[in-house]
Design a protein around this ligand. Structure first.
Ligand SMILES: NC(=O)c1ccc[n+]([C@@H]2O[C@H](COP(=O)([O-])OP(=O)(O)OC[C@H]3O[C@@H](n4cnc5c(N)ncnc54)[C@H](OP(=O)(O)O)[C@@H]3O)[C@@H](O)[C@H]2O)c1
Length: 330
């Protein structure tokens, strides 16, 4: 394919990352066995770090940004994929060391590509994107650790964020009693509409300082980290399960071993980037069936490719809600 197409490319200029929409050809893209005509992409926190340069996540310049894409195969040298297949590609080195998904055409390694599961449209796949995949993976891992609705309340922290909003929707669909912890109380009606039974105001949180505080939660899904993750370890019920997937509020973790050895608290790490493919496919199957959020239309909103950089700045300030989906002309 020699046609020119549009991509959000990140350049290094005077030691800084600068992102702009540029014309590229397929020959400009990183090598891969599967060429995809992109239908939709999305914006994740990692994209915001890459596009603004606020986080040193890009390992090779220039790089087309975007860790997510969904579209249709237009060429493939790998027997697993053929022209016309609808597919999803997320994670791995996309958008950081391999040209990514914020482009009309993506060339990806076949080992990274997931067939679109029945029950999901390409739009829904990107309304979910890495955020939804991470929420689904966190729930799958928590359930492998026996977190069930009858164990008690589950807390979702960073509630208005992409991963957390989707997590609330999925957990409530599964019958969990969800408490949403947010810094934006004005969004309480939105969080309730997604299925949160209770809303906690971060500014009023009393975290205490004892190694073990009153037990509150059977499960916790944390996109914030820092002091709040430490507080969660100290307030989990016996055998409570925490899925830690984010650091929007900091990377420090201060706690003691007491929650782990006296209450059997389980702290599970969630990494969407390099999940082994059988588990990745299982989670995508669940996202198309029992985990499929009921309020994707309320969570996802469209955004133009050219508006992605400004959106990323707002995202890092914690001022957005839900998921931005980029639509490409095909
Ligand atoms: N482990 C993985 O594989 C994986 C995958 C995807 C994302 N992540 C991580 O998960 C986190 C959330 O990602 P996302 O895509 O959902 O991002 P997002 O949409 O920007 O959500 C982040 C949310 O965190 C809350 N927050 C609390 N303290 C904050 C602070 N100091 N600055 C900014 N936000 C703050 C805000 O919600 P409230 O105001 O409602 O609290 C904000 O909306 C990020 O740290 C991201 O890197 C990890």
């Amino acid at each position: 394919m020699t046609d020119t197409f549009q991509a959000l490319r990140v350049f290094e200029e005077a030691g800084k990352s600068v992102a702009r929409v540029a014309d590229v050809t397929e020959d400009d893209l990183s090598a891969g066995e599967v060429v995809i005509r992109t239908a939709y992409s999305s914006v994740n926190y990692k994209d915001a770090l890459a596009i603004t340069g606020a986080g040193k996540v890009i390992r090779r310049y220039p790089c087309v940004a975007g860790i997510d894409a969904a579209g249709t195969v237009v060429a493939s040298t790998d027997a697993r994929f053929k022209v016309g297949d609808d597919v999803i590609v997320t994670s791995y080195d996309l958008g950081v060391a391999h040209d990514g998904g914020l482009a009309q055409v993506v060339r990806a390694k076949a080992d990274w590509v997931v067939p679109l599961p029945a029950g999901l449209s390409l739009f829904e796949a990107m309304a979910l994107g890495t955020a939804g995949y991470t929420a689904g993976l966190a729930i799958e891992l928590a359930q492998m650790n026996e977190l069930a609705p009858d164990r008690g309340k589950v807390l979702v922290n960073g509630a208005t964020g992409g991963v957390a909003s989707l997590c609330i929707d999925m957990l409530s669909r599964l019958g969990y009693a969800v408490t949403a912890l947010t810094g934006k109380m004005s969004e309480a009606p939105y969080l309730q509409s997604l299925g949160a039974a209770e809303i906690l105001d971060r500014s009023k949180l009393e975290m205490g300082s004892r190694p073990l505080e009153k037990t509150l939660w059977a499960g916790a899904f944390d996109s914030v980290g820092g002091d709040q993750l430490g507080w969660l370890t100290r307030t989990m019920q016996p055998s409570g399960v925490i899925a830690s997937f984010g650091n929007a509020g900091g990377i420090e973790l201060k706690t003691t071993v007491l929650p782990f050895i006296l209450r059997g608290v389980r702290l599970i790490g969630v990494d969407s980037g390099f999940t082994p493919m059988p588990l990745r496919r299982k989670v995508w199957q669940r996202l198309a069936t029992d985990l499929k959020p009921r309020h994707l239309d309320a969570i996802a909103h469209p955004i133009a490719l050219a508006d992605v950089p400004a959106y990323c700045t707002r995202m890092l300030e914690g001022r957005i809600r839900g998921r931005a989906v980029v639509t490409f002309d095909r």
